[in-house]
Design a protein around this ligand. Sequence first.
Ligand SMILES: [Zn+2]
Length: 397
Amino acid sequence: MRKLIFIILIVCLISSLLPLTAYAQTADWSTYSTYDYLSRFINQCGKRVAGTSGEVTASNWLRTEFASMSGLEVSVQPFDYTDEDNAKASSSNVIAIKQSSQATDTQVIICAHYDCVMTGEGVFDNGSGVAVLLAVADSLVAQDLPFDVVFVAMGAEEAGMYGSQYYVSQMTQADIGNTLLVINIDSVSVGDYIYVYGEDVKTDYTQLFVNAGQNNDYDVTVKSKPLYKDIQLAYTGYGGYPYYQTAQLSDHSSFRSASIPTVFFFSGNYDVSLGYQVSSQSTNEVMHTSSDTLSYINEKLGISHVLKMETVVQSITKTLTSPQNATIISTAREHMVGWFWLQTWPVCIVVALLFIVSMVIALRHLNKLRKQAILDDYEVKTDTLFKSVPPDDIYKL
Ligand SMILES: [Zn+2]
């Protein structure tokens, strides 16, 4: 009897594991270039914590992948940094440049960080961004665009955006002036929607990416999300960055600090709490948790996580290759609006105080004038009373 119970238990245990194993095995979506890049990146590089040998392995892997695409000039930009615990560490950015055949100094930078946190495998954050970066590079190498395209896999983002800070620090003023736009891709597979974060209030060029992303076969909702929507929540500065960048901390902030227009791709569902972590498909948090693994995401989200990555690829490639959109992107800098910092709480308080003080001064002054007027009026009346009645008339009464 004991033996029978034991056998039943073993059978139950094996059968409970079967669906997960079966799903993981059938998750062969390698016809989608994003999934092919994602699965190879995760399986071949493993954990890529900033400053570790795992990150070096990933850097080498990325250099090889970019180099296998003809038409790209590939280089590695090493840098040292001191982390929040005052420890010294090294990392690198992997750069691949697609030169335009047209005589131009202008460039569009597309970036995604390739490091990850200690927990999980960093599939959503940011294997998905790396997969999109490589797939976009793969489809743009054959295109001749009116600007150079610079692909950058950033190191040490999770440690404090050190890769993008270093990259910007090495740009000349001419480089900064010639950069039309920076497109940052960070965590684009979990969640219900793709969000395209634009600058400030005017988001003409952001809408191009939204339209291009929605106009495909994947049935993924792409939404525009201006950064200013989060200003009130995030006035407090972080790490020396202006308050409006704290809304979504990722590598684009380093470029925005240098006054370069940015577009930021991110997926999630802000209709629910912790929208940056969850979706209606899976209420479990994924970002920076032990659930951020390929098997978990494949099982819980199915193909939808692949279709989100594909949507971002389409959004970027369609926008950049459209001649009409290229013209609009070239004016992106003009769409940056500087006044919206006026909407922050400290400014509101100062303006309110100034208003109250000026009202008090004005009222006091008015009171003074009124008193003066009454006095003047009284003097006039008194004057008239004495002047209008000749003394002779009094005696006639
Ligand atoms: Zn990230």
